[in-house]
Design a protein around this ligand. Structure first.
Ligand code: ATP
Length: 589
């Protein structure tokens, strides 16, 4: 297939702000794509050559791409840098530079999808000494054969920022509509949740049809998308829903999915990044603790003070990025303990469709607790008094609260539902719980903040409509250093106009593709005509706003934008707050 055909569709997708239209354009593209190119088109549309968990990056920094552009077009570095400053999008720089290039190729054959993919794949695979030079040469060759429009998207693929506004779930919709019916969408989504690989789902759909998806199973070293929890405000409500339930301590750390074979251990974050190298002590611990030839288990990693044995703030773990020597030092200074809470694969057995009780038994059978690897503390009960006492114990042990799990519940990959319910301490006070919001825009700073942003426009995630709806402007809680680093930090997500998946009545000075999540604390929720989160749920035309929001200092880099607090959760919190206020127990700060 000609790459130009794909580029046609990308341009149309970029021009629309309507999600339905986007999906239809994608369906048109997928229908026209020959079977062999299908997975490639899916990966490229995401700005990747492999699924995310493979951790294979093209590995060319922006500076390097600019060098390639100069080399491929004969324009000088200053001109390219000038274009970069003017446009702020390397894709547009490439488009302009290629159309202004000095030496036009004498003859060039039109690019095909497979040629583009092969080249990008080769770039990704280059490693070791001299690899940067070889990457540069490969990209230069590819751009030499590209039209200006093609160059724009090739460069965006190389830096992993397609700017199409196409979310994974939009691709799921499009795949279902192309190869099955709307009614089969759930099956396509499930296959994606289990495999975390849209290319694989596309391959199977194209070659075997919708029933082929039944063959997509949990596989060692391919992470599964995490099962998520709903929240409820009282233990009574939890027992009403679940009856007798397993209550587990809810640890406040980092979720880790471990894939274990006798030869190899790999760890994935909740965001499906490979984080094995960041936690040498977990790898070592699992090597000693796990019995069995193939195991996939999940747990929460919590930093522990080796002197006192007490839990440390989660921030101590999130700092573990960067150089190997730093990681080693930190793993000694603040080692983490992994509290195992689920077992998804044991030998050849996929346990995800088995009830909780059975998975828990498997977990206890495969893990022999050690200092660094323990089982989550659990109690099965339907008695509120016992549950309250257990909750107090959890808090005393340094946990956030409890996680209630239905005894017969299966592990539903990628789904948030009432099979798991979180119950945290903070619910007794209005909005003392933190909220994770997505940055969708910013207002220019004035006075002391000139040159940075005065406030960010924040949104919650509407998981029913797959949209980001605004709920506050956020301007406090940033220290100067963080504040002035914001424009650079958010540069890649910056857009000239409102991204398709953002719903806002406000017009900020700049828009951002919803990618970055941060943690906010607020005093209370109010009904507001200005914001669009949960619009109409309480009063027609009005949404929910967070009053006095403040950045807690915690970036939720472990969360994707779809993992932010949902508008439904905000609504639930609002209702809860109302109940509290009526009872006169409101603790509005
Ligand atoms: P979420 O993961 O639900 O989107 P979040 O990251 O803000 O939200 P919480 O709302 O605090 O986290 O609760 C869910 C998380 O709690 C899980 O993703 C997991 O990381 C963590 N957790 C801690 N202890 C347990 C446990 N015993 N069972 C399951 N999850 C646990």
């Amino acid at each position: 297939m000609q790459f130009a055909r794909v580029v046609d569709v990308y341009e149309k997708i970029e021009a629309t702000t309507k999600r339905l239209e986007m999906t239809e354009l994608l369906v048109g593209l997928l229908r026209d794509t020959p079977r062999d190119d299908l997975d490639k088109v899916v990966y490229l549309t995401r700005g990747r050559v492999y699924p995310d968990y493979a951790g294979i990056e093209l590995g060319l920094a922006e500076k390097m791409v600019m060098r390639v552009l100069a080399h491929a077009t004969g324009l000088d570095d200053a001109r390219i840098t000038g274009l970069w400053k003017e446009k702020g999008d390397l894709g547009l720089v490439a488009q302009e530079a290629i159309s202004a290039r000095r030496q036009k190729p004498l003859e060039s054959t039109p690019l095909t999808v497979s040629k583009v993919y092969q080249h990008l794949d080769a770039i990704a695979r280059e490693s070791g000494e001299g690899s940067q030079e070889r990457k540069v040469r490969l990209l230069s060759e590819l751009l030499g054969n590209a039209t200006p429009r093609e160059a724009k998207y090739i460069v965006r693929m190389v830096i992993g920022q397609m700017r199409l506004g196409v979310a994974d779930m939009t691709i799921v919709d499009a795949l279902a509509a192309t190869f099955a019916t709307r009614a089969d969408r759930g099956r396509v989504e499930r296959a994606y949740n289990v495999s975390s690989d849209l290319g694989e789902v596309a391959r199977v759909l194209a070659s075997k049809g919708i029933d082929g998806l039944n063959e997509i199973h949990l596989k060692l070293f391919r992470p599964i998308r995490a099962m998520l929890a709903e929240r409820l405000e009282t233990l009574e409500e939890i027992f009403e829903r679940m009856g007798k339930a397993a209550l587990e301590y809810k640890y406040d750390g980092l979720r880790v999915q471990a894939h274990i074979s006798p030869k190899k251990i790999e760890l994935f974050s909740r965001h499906l990044e490979n984080i094995t190298s960041q936690f040498p002590e977990i790898v070592e611990g699992l090597r000693n603790a796990v019995r069995g030839r193939a195991v996939i288990m999940e747990g929460e990693a919590v930093p522990v003070d080796p002197n006192t044995g007490e839990f440390l703030p989660f921030q101590e773990v999130s700092r573990r990025r960067g150089r190997k020597t730093d990681v080693e030092r930190m793993s000694k200074e603040f080692p983490v303990t992994l509290f195992a809470f689920d077992c998804l694969l044991r030998g050849d057995e996929d346990l995800t469709s088995r009830p909780y009780t059975e998975r828990r038994r498997a977990l206890e059978a495969v893990i022999k607790p050690t200092d660094g690897i323990r089982h989550s503390t659990v109690r099965v009960t339907d008695d509120v008094k016992q549950a309250e006492a257990f909750f107090d114990e959890a808090l005393q042990a340094g946990c956030e609260g409890l996680m209630a799990k239905a005894l017969d519940s299966t592990y539903d990959a990628g789904a948030r539902g009432y099979k798991w319910i979180k119950f945290k301490r903070e619910y007794s006070a209005a909005l003392s719980d933190t909220i994770d919001l997505v940055i969708v825009g910013a207002f220019a700073g004035r006075g002391k903040r000139a040159g940075s942003y005065g406030a960010l426009l924040m949104a919650a995630y509407d998981d029913q409509d797959d949209l980001f709806r605004t709920t506050c402007k956020l301007g406090t809680g940033f220290d100067d250093e963080t504040l002035f680093a914001l424009p650079e930090k958010l540069k890649a997500a910056k857009r000239d106009r409102k991204p398709a998946r953002v719903d806002s009545k406000l017009e900020p000075d700049v828009w951002f593709e919803p990618t970055t999540v941060l943690e906010v604390r607020g005093a209370e929720l109010t009904v507001s005509p200005v914001h669009t989160a949960a619009r109409g749920a309480i009063r027609p035309g009005a949404g929910l706003a967070i009053r006095f929001p403040r950045f807690t200092g915690r970036w939720r880099d472990d969360k994707g934008s779809e993992d932010a607090t949902t508008t439904r959760e905000l609504l639930e919190m609002y209702r809860q707050q109302l109940k509290q206020t009526k009872k006169g127990t409101s603790a509005l700060a």
